[in-house]
Design a protein around this ligand. Structure first.
Ligand code: HAS
Ligand code: CU
Length: 556
């Protein structure tokens, strides 16, 4: 499908702008391993302070990069599958709000006025520009849903009565509605707590309430990042793995998205198992729901594996009777057609397997007490959001840029190796961080000037090897990113060879059941909001017992 004009420019902007920032984000990630291993001993390096760099790393990578790429991918999905135009005015307003918001927050972070980490809850306090900028980014990101996607979806349903909406549209729509719901608690926190303190309108506020509101957003947001990757795994991967593959079951995929609607919200207290003041049994209820929200990912593991097996076995009769040998036929490194993208998804899946296991460790209430606030947790999330999510987003960004700009992918060989370097680096990083974490290695601490410094009374020699291994891992990850970036910018700056189009390889479903209950969204969302509210009423009651805004001064 041809795409021209300003909508094309906006989608390209939504990819290229955050990727330019991502270079800083990844640089500050690499600085983290250097700091923590004691290779850089200053609290401030090149004028950037330790917590400032850590904030830049987190905010750019998981708030700015993810949000903008998701909007870009969503725009492209709605455009391509519904074949309905997007409104240029809506697109420009959304994009400009996101850019201006990001620049405001970036200014506050680079100026050292927002060293509050990407979780930014009270009592840490940033310059108002940080919160207002973040708010503009979020407002910009929901605009396409209200003014482009939902109207186009409703019009499409009217024109196609009784038909199922394309799976990718279904997934991206569900994901963005979830996004709007999860923003409610964090907006309350920002508007009624953080901005007033930051502006000096009030001098103190309630930190437990702030954390609880933050995590009511901060857990569901991980599925906002994950679901677009799942959309790609269900629609694109099965098709490109052989060129003619199929998705094993369409209903299984839709059911997975709807299970996320139900279970993504009543789980945030698993980040607060150690929060004083919230009754244990409420935390336990969230622990059980957390084990529930792992189920749709387990179904995904099986559906994706079944789709791969079906597609490979239909193409290669010689492996049809094998139990495992068919795995060798997956094009892990192939330059043929769109198969280069397979490497991003497969490397991501292999990482996510580890991310799922460590997630369940985290979720298991009493076991969490061993790993909480240790490097085990960053180990976990570098194989989830830093693994499957980032790899599929990098892959799809390169793919979309080449289509939208009408260019061939340059340095394809590097583009195919990049995800495997990333995979290997992350795997080593995760190993080092997990094992060290079990031995108590803290997260969010400049360990280089404390625990790993032989001159410090806190010196802990048993952590040194793991911190050094993380440096080695970080180097491989950065190398993977550099390979990807050479291909990405090489493609952008190469001559145009085709007209600008957008299209996604799409696997038809092997089992394509009607399942009407899976195509009505409203009842699922009603139950979801009820569960969300019910699961949080007792916790909010607990943390506001001494008064909603009971006092505790903040820190700059
Ligand atoms: Fe998490 C902390 C629990 C998933 C991100 N998580 C974090 C933080 C982040 C994050 C960023 O319960 C840190 C927040 C902070 O700064 O403090 N997480 C879970 C659980 C899941 C989970 C139960 N997390 C994610 C995803 C993320 C993400 C997804 C980002 C995208 N997480 C926690 C908990 C904490 C936490 C606690 C708090 C810890 C603490 O103490 O602070 C589940 O959703 C995971 C389910 C996943 C699976 C895996 C299925 C496997 C698949 C791959 C199949 C592979 C194939 C290839 C087919 C069950 C789909 C074949 C390969 C073969 C080898 C066969
Ligand atoms: Cu969580």
């Amino acid at each position: 499908m041809r795409v021209e004009g300003s909508v094309k420019t906006v989608i390209l902007g939504e990819i290229i702008f955050p990727i330019v920032l991502l270079i800083f984000g990844i640089y500050h990630g690499f600085m983290q391993v250097l700091y923590r291993a004691g290779i850089i001993k200053d609290m401030s390096f090149l004028g950037i302070e330790y917590y400032q760099g850590l904030t830049l790393h987190g905010v750019i990578n998981v708030i700015v990069f993810t949000t903008m790429i998701i909007v870009a991918f969503g725009n492209a999905v709605f455009l391509y599958y519904l074949k309905k135009p997007l409104r240029p005015a809506v697109q420009w307003v959304s994009f400009l709000l996101m850019v201006v918001g990001t620049l405001m927050a970036a200014w506050a972070m680079f100026a050292g006025k927002a060293n509050v980490l990407y979780t930014f809850y009270y009592p840490l306090i940033a310059h108002p520009a940080f919160y207002i900028g973040a708010a503009l980014l979020l407002v910009g990101s929901v605009i396409p849903l209200f003014f482009d996607w939902a109207p186009n979806y409703i019009a499409w349903r009217k024109e196609h009565p009784g038909e199922k909406v394309p799976l990718a549209v279904f997934g991206m729509l569900v994901n963005h509605i979830m996004w709007v719901i999860m923003l409610v608690p964090v907006v309350i926190e920002v508007v009624f707590q953080l901005i007033p303190v930051s502006l000096g309108l009030i001098s103190e506020t309630n930190p437990s309430l702030s954390r609880t509101l933050f995590w009511a957003f901060g857990h569901p947001v991980v599925y906002f990042w994950l679901l677009p990757a799942y959309v790609m795994l269900y629609t694109i991967l099965p098709k490109i793995v052989t060129g003619e593959g199929k998705l094993y079951s369409d209903s299984a995929a839709r059911f997975v998205f709807l299970l996320f609607v139900l279970f993504s919200f009543p789980v945030g207290l698993h980040h607060q198992y150690t929060e004083p003041g919230i009754t244990n049994s409420y935390k336990l209820i969230h622990a059980f729901f957390t084990l529930g929200v792992a189920v749709p990912s387990l179904i995904t593991a099986f559906t994706v594996a079944a789709s791969l097996e079906y597609s490979i076995k239909s193409k290669y009769p010689e492996v049809r009777n094998s139990l495992f040998y068919w795995w060798t036929k997956i094009p892990y490194i192939s330059l043929e057609g769109d198969k280069w993208l397979v490497s991003y998804f497969m490397a991501g899946l292999f990482l996510f397997l580890v991310g799922g296991i460590t997630g369940i460790v985290n979720a298991s209430y009493n076991v969490n007490l061993v790993v909480h606030n240790t490097s085990f947790v960053p180990g976990h999330f570098h194989t989830t959001v830093g693994g499957l999510v980032t790899l599929s987003f990098l892959g799809i960004s390169l793919y979309m840029v080449s289509k939208l700009m009408g260019k061939d992918i340059k340095f394809k060989g590097l583009a195919v190796i990049a995800p495997w370097l990333w995979w290997q680096g992350m795997l080593i990083f995760e190993y080092a961080m997990s094992v060290a974490g079990i031995h108590g290695f803290p997260r969010r601490t400049n360990t280089g000037i404390s625990y790993l410094n032989p001159d410090s009374p806190l010196y802990r020699p048993e952590w040194v090897g793991y911190a050094e291994l993380s440096v080695f891992a970080g180097f491989i990850i950065v190398l993977g990113f550099v390979f990807w970036a050479i291909s990405f910018f090489g493609t952008i700056f190469s001559p145009k060879v085709r007209e600008s189009t957008i299209e996604f390889p799409t696997a038809p479903a092997l089992h394509d059941e009607k399942a009407p209950a899976l195509n009505r969204l409203t009842p699922w969302f009603i139950v979801s909001v009820l569960l969300f509210v019910l699961s949080y009423v007792p916790a909010i009651y607990d943390v506001t017992k001494r008064g909603v805004f009971f006092d505790s001064p903040g820190y700059n």
